[in-house]
Write a protein that binds this ligand. Structure first.
Ligand code: SAH
Length: 393
């Protein structure tokens, strides 16, 4: 089914960017099915790309292919196989039994996220296109991995923008083994696939957890927004003198203690505190408390650029306070997973925080999402997680 673009609006497709916004569309001759496949044509009628149609979203079409080829089972199988093969060549299984198999646009499959947790696949369908092909995709996934269980976690907020309801539950297989235990860089974590954040665990932080392990030795560590304790467990495993884990969720903190114990790490070096980080950091400052490492891994303050300013104030606040709590030579490991705040802006916010805290600090490392969350060069939006390791002088 053809969709005609306005003159000049084919430019982004020439750069191979996979999104077409509603404002770029001149004419839709016959309304396509939600998630159905459409041909994107230039104003002159030339073929540009084949895409999934999303009638309610501002992003009206997402490109499956820039070639004049059918979008069918064989096409999807090729894409899925290539994403799985890429993970094999990166040797991820050496480090972990939980990793991302398919990362949506970055793997040429808009809206589709598939994570592997041991022998269970967790699928998240975010757009009408991935929804349209979901059953076919599920069959291909089982054939190509040899596994038998797929749990669906299509409960991310962005589905609303596509006019899709949340869906969770077994998509393939009959029993869900959850919570289950995953193994990452020699450490164990309990993951609840049905209720955990995202698809169950923050897989994107894998390498940064390991880095924290390497840097934490003999330090007093404050792990802010600790969730189930990915950084806490790694800091203790790295020989931290003490770790204080803070989160507003009592349930998450309960799981932190479980993860510390199951790894045989010293409970006497670990403490946890339930509360609001914005208030607790102020309280710690007023009490004159000090740490040798502060980790800040807050939730997404700005999903899109529209919320960037408000988000910037949030990041500034916590980073400023964290700088104040650090001893000389102390390390700040600070993250932003907001798509609306890019790496440049994040660095400027952290710089402004140090300035206002009256602190002299250096960036010693730039951190990012792990390699199973690749960023296609034609789709920079795929890069969302950025981190800085700063040393207070
Ligand atoms: N660092 C974690 C992931 C952090 S997710 C990991 O590596 O697994 C964000 C966490 O921040 C959630 O657990 C949420 O409960 C917590 N949170 C959100 N807002 C908060 C606030 N204002 N104060 C304390 N915790 C907060």
């Amino acid at each position: 089914m053809p969709i005609h673009l306005k003159p000049g609006r084919e430019k982004s497709l020439f750069r191979r960017h996979p999104w077409i916004f509603s404002g770029a569309i001149q004419r839709v001759d016959e309304e396509p099915a939600s998630g159905g496949t459409v041909d994107l044509l230039s104003s002159k009628g030339d073929f540009l790309a084949r895409a999934a149609y999303s009638p309610q979203s501002q992003i009206r079409a997402r490109v499956w292919t820039f070639d004049d080829e059918p979008v069918d089972v064989d096409f999807l199988r090729r894409k899925i196989k290539s994403a799985i093969h890429a993970r094999e060549t990166w040797n991820l299984k050496r480090d972990t039994d939980a990793f991302r198999l398919i990362y949506a646009e970055s793997d040429g499959l808009p809206g589709l996220i598939v994570d592997r947790y041991d022998d269970v696949l967790v699928l998240q369908s975010l757009t009408t296109g991935s929804e349209f092909w979901k059953e076919t995709i599920a069959d291909i996934l089982l054939e190509e991995t040899g596994l038998s269980t797929i749990y669906e976690r299509s409960d991310a907020d962005v589905r609303e923008l596509e006019g899709l309801q949340p869906i969770t539950g077994l998509l393939r297989g009959s029993i869900l083994h959850s919570p289950l235990t995953i193994h990452e860089h020699g450490l164990k974590f309990t993951v609840n696939l049905a209720e955990g954040h995202k698809t169950g665990f923050y897989l994107d932080q894998r390498m940064n957890r390991l880095r924290v392990r390497e840097l934490a030795k003999d330090r007093d560590v404050l792990d802010c927004f600790c969730y189930t304790g990915g950084f806490t467990v790694n800091a203790l495993a790295g020989g931290a003198k003490s770790v204080l884990s803070v989160d507003s969720s009592a349930d998450a903190l309960e799981l932190v203690s479980g993860n510390v114990a199951s790894n045989g790490l010293p409970a006497e070096r670990h403490a946890r505190l339930e509360g609001d980080i914005f208030q607790l950091l102020r309280k710690f400052r007023d009490e004159g408390r000090a740490f040798d490492m502060v980790i800040l891994d807050p939730p997404k303050f700005a999903p899109t650029a529209a919320q960037a300013e408000k988000a910037a104030r949030g990041y500034k606040d916590i980073n400023l306070l964290a700088f104040k709590l650090l001893r000389a030579g102390g390390i700040l490991v600070t993250f932003s997973c907001s798509g609306g705040v890019d790496a440049g802006l994040f660095q400027r916010i952290v710089a402004a925080s140090a300035l206002d805290a009256g602190v002299d600090a250096q960036i010693v490392e730039h951190l990012a999402q792990a390699s199973d969350h690749p960023v296609a060069l034609n789709f920079p939006e795929g890069a969302y997680l950025k981190g800085l390791v700063c040393v207070k002088r």
